[in-house]
Design a protein around this ligand. Structure first.
Ligand code: LRH
Ligand code: MN
Ligand code: MN
Length: 387
């Protein structure tokens, strides 16, 4: 049974939606177009606002530049506010231009590297207009063959580029550096792991932090350990939530391994990252290749909420006692009891008490919204890849 203290924490939970989740996406084999897909950034915001309206969980939307480029960001900010959402993280993008074939912030050619730095300056300009706090950097930089690049020199150039970008940030803005162990480069990636990201951001200063994308680890990696360590070090800036079965699948968070999501969120709770002043931002980074996108996002934020509720049910003092007594099975049982607690009924009651639908996925299906956008929108946008 969920008590009021847990509901109190849940009532403050906010999960940022990625604008690109509403666009068409796919694999290198095929991008399937889904009827009703947004044709503009404004329509992506309308869909995101629908997710927030039905769940009360998603008050902001991350933008990806140049995918979400508009002439006037102040107007876009107002448009979002009119819909009841805010503009959130600005994601830079140096991974789809021919120019960056051999790297961006690590590039050996000064002029290419400068172009990549300038792109980040542009993103910071946009942040000033949108009121965004975070600049999120993920780099596709890396090499495919041993000897192709000087791994160490690339690290040095990366440090220098990041320094120039960091120094351009406003006082209340932050830089979050996302890591990923492979893809699109296959031999080495310039920011492959949390340690590299940590080393790079620590050299920059207090407002540079690590972004942890749950899909960016080798199979078997203990992600919750990384969460615990980064929180301990005060360097966890944000999450990109999604699920993976194989590589960077970008599937619905909690779909592949709800227990892993629970374990991650337990460390989030344990590390105080749900506190309003924790500075940890929670974001989805997903694509809906074959399912409808709006209900896909609804399902995703509900999954995060559900596993957060279960993580909050872990009896912390009983767990500490069991751990200190060396009671291995007892300690494990306390964690498993929380994980196996079905909180769906309690969360539905709670939603109802707040004027939200008991079942947001069903409410969406019954709302007629999907039919309406399918009729109104013809020629929806691709999320970005190959666009
Ligand atoms: C890279 C990544 C990164 C990008 C997004 C589209 O795999 O996770 O966050 O910005 O995908
Ligand atoms: Mn990501
Ligand atoms: Mn990814």
């Amino acid at each position: 049974m969920i008590d009021n203290a847990v509901l109190d924490v849940l009532s403050r939970q906010a999960i940022e939606l990625p604008s690109w989740a509403f666009g068409n996406s796919g694999t290198r084999f095929k991008v399937f177009a889904t009827a009703g897909t947004p044709r503009t950034v404004q329509e992506k915001l309308t869909d995101a606002a629908k997710v927030n309206e039905l769940t009360g969980l998603a008050p902001s939307v991350a933008l990806h530049i140049p995918w979400d480029t508009v002439d006037d960001y102040a107007t876009l900010k107002q448009h979002a506010a009119d819909l009841g959402v805010a503009l959130g993280t600005i994601n830079s993008n140096t991974f789809q231009d021919d120019l960056y074939k051999f790297g961006s912030l690590t590039h050996v050619d000064v002029s290419v590297r400068q172009k990549a730095i300038d792109h980040h300056y542009e993103c910071i300009e946009i942040m000033h207009q949108t009121g965004s706090q975070d600049l999120k950097i993920w780099l596709a930089d890396g090499t495919n063959y041993p000897g192709q690049g000087d791994i160490r020199g690339r690290q040095d150039r990366l440090a220098d580029s990041l320094r120039q970008i960091y120094d351009r940030l406003g006082d209340d803005q932050r830089l979050v550096l996302e890591y990923k162990f492979f893809e699109p480069a296959f031999y080495h990636t310039d920011v492959p792991d949390w340690g590299t990201s940590y080393a790079q951001v620590t050299a920059l200063g207090e407002r540079a932090l690590v972004c942890l994308d749950t899909g960016h680890h080798a199979p078997g990696t203990n992600i919750e350990f990384i969460v615990a360590q980064l929180l301990r070090l005060g360097k966890l800036g944000s999450f990109d939530f999604n699920s993976r079965f194989y590589a960077d699948d970008d599937l619905i968070v909690g779909a592949a391994d709800p227990f892993q999501l629970f374990r991650i969120l337990y460390e989030v709770v344990r590390g105080g990252a749900l506190e309003p002043d924790s500075g940890v931002a929670f974001m989805l980074d997903q694509c809906h290749n074959v399912e409808d996108k709006v209900p896909g996002q609804i399902r995703s934020v509900l999954n995060v909420q559900e596993m957060t509720a279960r993580a909050l049910l872990v009896d912390a003092s009983a767990l500490t006692s069991a751990q200190e007594a060396g009671d291995v099975l007892g300690a494990n049982a306390i964690v498993m009891d929380a994980f196996y607690t079905d909180v769906r009924g309690d969360l539905a009651d709670w939603r109802e008490s707040r004027g939200l639908p008991r079942d947001p996925v069903r409410a969406y299906a019954e709302s007629g919204y999907q039919g309406k956008i399918e009729k109104e929108r013809v020629g929806g946008q691709q999320a970005g890849w190959g666009a």
